[in-house]
Design a protein around this ligand. Structure first.
Ligand code: ARG
Length: 461
């Protein structure tokens, strides 16, 4: 039997392999809502333009309504012969309303249809990502405010560098996430043009109104070039690239929390609700959610790479390779949604062991730079020499197993006679943190100012 939809010029039907490799319904059924919405807008436009009768348009509309109810209730049927969601719905419409169904595809092709549906889907995915990221930003800001004064070691090379506040550290992630939100928002503005009416590739001879369908579907305008419109997947790539960068940020946060939760660090206790146990080691509490966020980032980046490579060799206009655009986008969206939700819970519900963090900052000689700076400021010693003197002080403290501010003044003057009593004002982690009050710095007052700015930005949304 030749194909019901396009079999007119075929003597033989497709092989089993052809039917299977061709079928996108197993995944593109996720577009059913967008497909029905776009079809309704198209039919209404066709009637308004006098291309089909109002009566046919009403029949089509009623049929699509019923199909939506069926899909909602029973799911979308998967018939490989119908290939995709577009033909599945059109075939069902024919069965329900008869010949009027055959008029719906006037002045339309599946090429502009799928491009339109998919844009609408991606647009929703962007809105969902932004909503999730806002929740994460709120959690970060709340915890940052709570810990504007909590001191921890700041690291470079994962070696204790200078003391910072936990609030400052959390707000660094707030900034990354703010850039992610901005990237998603930019992508949304750029993608919000309607391909509908581009037809197969060249436009159509029917007197359609592309502005009408564009505005009915919430697009800002119709796309400008029909060839581009049916062969463009930049909107999906923009989404995937924003998602990749976002997943990368979530992965870095997950990685830090995994390190902080390990026993030698002991900086945080993760919520039980986002941890798992071990089947053999009763003491274990494993950071699986965070580890999966870190893992998922790799997959999201893989999805992006997959679609880039699919697209890079394609001539204009539509090629069937482009049917493979959807699985990576769907996969990335679901991985990203889970990752955002998991990290929001981790940030909101982890317990910070602030004593332990402070202790780690004190024992890690995190204020060595403060000692060197003091020698420069108070004793007019060139920084390079001050660096050397401070190195000797760290070495001595290390030999004694004490913090820098636990060395005696005698110890210090033996290293360099220019060191005076007042050096101790600079050696505590509190003094160090308080002194770094430059704009954006780690001083509690600056952290509170950052919290204030972040809250104001979040309130604007
Ligand atoms: N299932 C197809 C896809 O997802 C729809 C477009 C088919 N167009 C075509 N010319 N065969 O890409």
């Amino acid at each position: 039997v030749s194909n019901k939809m396009w079999g007119g010029r075929f003597a033989e039907g497709p092989s089993a392999i052809m039917r299977e490799i061709n079928a996108s319904i197993p995944f593109d059924k996720a577009l059913w809502r967008q497909d029905i919405t776009a079809s309704r807008a198209h039919a209404a436009m066709l009637a308004a333009q006098g291309i089909i009768t109002e009566e046919d348009a009403a029949t089509i509309d009623g049929g699509l309504d019923r199909i939506a109810e069926e899909y909602e209730r029973d799911g979308v049927p998967e018939d490989w012969d119908l290939e995709d969601i577009h033909m599945t719905t059109e075939a069902r419409l024919g069965a329900l309303v008869g010949p009027a169904a055959g008029r719906l595809h006037t002045a339309r092709s599946r090429n502009d249809q799928v491009a339109t549906d998919f844009r609408m889907w991606v647009r929703d995915a962007i809105d969902q990502a932004i909503a999730g990221l806002h929740a994460l930003q709120h959690a970060l800001v709340a915890r940052a405010e709570e810990h504007a004064d909590s001191i921890m070691p700041g690291f470079t090379h994962l070696q204790t560098a200078q003391p910072v506040t936990l609030g400052h550290h959390l707000l660094a992630y707030y900034e990354m996430i703010a850039r992610d939100v901005s990237r998603f928002s930019d992508a949304r503005v750029r993608m919000n043009e309607s391909p509908l009416g581009s037809a197969a590739l060249a436009g159509t001879g029917f007197p359609i109104d592309r502005d009408a369908t564009a505005s009915a579907l919430g697009f800002d305008r119709p796309t400008a070039n029909s060839l581009d419109a049916v062969s463009d997947r930049d909107f999906a790539l923009d989404y995937l690239m924003a998602a990749s960068q976002c997943a990368l940020h979530l992965s870095r946060l997950a990685e830090e929390m995994i390190i902080w939760a390990s026993q030698p660090f002991g900086f945080i206790r993760m919520p039980d609700t986002l941890s798992t146990g071990s089947s053999i080691m009763p003491q274990k509490k494993n950071p699986d959610a965070a580890e999966l966020v870190r893992g998922h980032a790799g997959r999201v980046i893989g999805c992006t790479t997959a679609l880039m490579i699919t697209m890079k060799g394609l001539p204009l206009a539509y090629s069937k390779d482009m049917q493979d655009d959807k699985p990576p986008v769907f996969e990335a969206a679901s991985l990203l949604g889970l990752s955002i939700a998991a990290m929001t819970g981790m940030v909101a519900d982890s317990t910070f062991n602030t004593d332990r963090m402070r202790q780690a900052a004190e024992l890690g000689y995190a204020t060595a730079t403060d000692l060197a700076d003091w020698l420069v400021r108070e004793a007019d010693i060139p920084f390079r020499e001050a660096h050397h003197i401070t190195g000797a002080a760290v070495k001595l403290a290390e030999q004694r197993g004490v913090a820098l501010d636990q060395l005696s003044l005698d110890d210090l003057t033996e290293i360099d006679s220019r060191i005076g009593e007042r050096v101790f004002d600079a050696l505590s982690v509190d003094a160090s943190v308080a002194s770094r009050a430059s704009y954006g710095g780690t001083a509690p007052e600056q952290v509170r100012a950052q919290v204030k700015r972040a809250k104001a930005r979040l309130a604007e949304k």
